[in-house]
Design a protein around this ligand. Structure first.
Ligand code: ATP
Ligand code: MG
Length: 215
């Protein structure tokens, strides 16, 4: 029997916002994923240190995950020492007995455009399927032109069901035009967060005085 499909959405989540939840929802619907795991990264290899601590980013991800029963949170990249590399995380999952063919790594199209800068990039793509969701300004289908060397592995949902090799599924679904950068700027300017983050996350940011004076 094949394993239930699991989605794996990593991010700095500084803070988690409604756009992230749209990505999770779109990937889940397109690939029939049973669960989507939100995975806050520890020290991100590709960018500056987050503004909020790992503890706060994890707490906000848990509040956001509580809005849907198919959402879960994994702290695996926060408890591992050193930078979070996806290959190391996949190794850890494999050691825990997870079948990596059933792990669908989800990214936005802006993040996937940089995939060749990720450590172990080509091998990663052979290890498990990827799901790339459009982000406002970054349509997923355009990745065929942006990354021509990978275009042969890319397919629209439904096309690759019988492929024996892990594939890159392009999901051209709408997601809210929100960035964590904009959310932080809103907090710093004293503008309301309604509609940008779940209400419980907005309360958490306020109670913990996060993102004051970051912009
Ligand atoms: P920042 O502004 O700090 O870079 P961000 O909004 O890009 O934050 P990340 O934590 O960097 O959030 O993103 C995690 C993942 O979610 C990435 O793969 C990113 O492409 C994707 N993502 C974030 N927001 C959206 C969105 N609105 N639509 C589609 N994908 C998104
Ligand atoms: Mg980003």
């Amino acid at each position: 029997m094949s394993h239930p499909r699991l989605g794996w959405l990593g991010g700095t989540f500084d803070p988690i916002h409604c756009g992230h939840l749209d990505v999770a929802r779109a990937a889940r619907a397109a690939l029939k994923l049973e669960t989507v795991h939100l995975v806050p990264t520890g020290v991100p290899p590709h960018r500056d240190a987050p503004f909020a601590s790992a503890r706060h980013r994890l707490a906000m991800a848990k509040l956001a995950a509580a809005t849907h029963d198919w959402l879960q949170v994994s702290d695996i990249e926060l408890t591992a020492p050193g930078p979070s590399y996806t290959m190391d995380t996949l190794d850890s999952l494999a050691r825990l007995g997870v079948d990596l063919r059933a792990v669908y790594v989800i990214t936005g199209a802006d993040a996937f455009a940089e995939i060749m800068t990720w450590r172990d990039a080509p091998q990663l793509l052979d290890r498990c399927p990827f799901v790339v969701v459009s982000r406002p300004g970054y349509p997923a289908p355009a990745l065929r032109r942006v990354l021509p060397a990978l275009a042969g592995k890319m397919c629209d949902v439904g096309e690759c069901e019988l492929a024996s090799q892990p594939s890159i599924f392009l999901v051209d679904a709408p997601t809210a035009p929100i960035t964590s950068t904009e959310v932080r700027a809103c907090v710093s300017d004293g503008r309301p967060l309604a509609g940008l983050v779940p209400a419980t996350v907005a309360d958490y940011i306020e109670k913990n005085d996060l993102y004051q004076g970051v912009a």
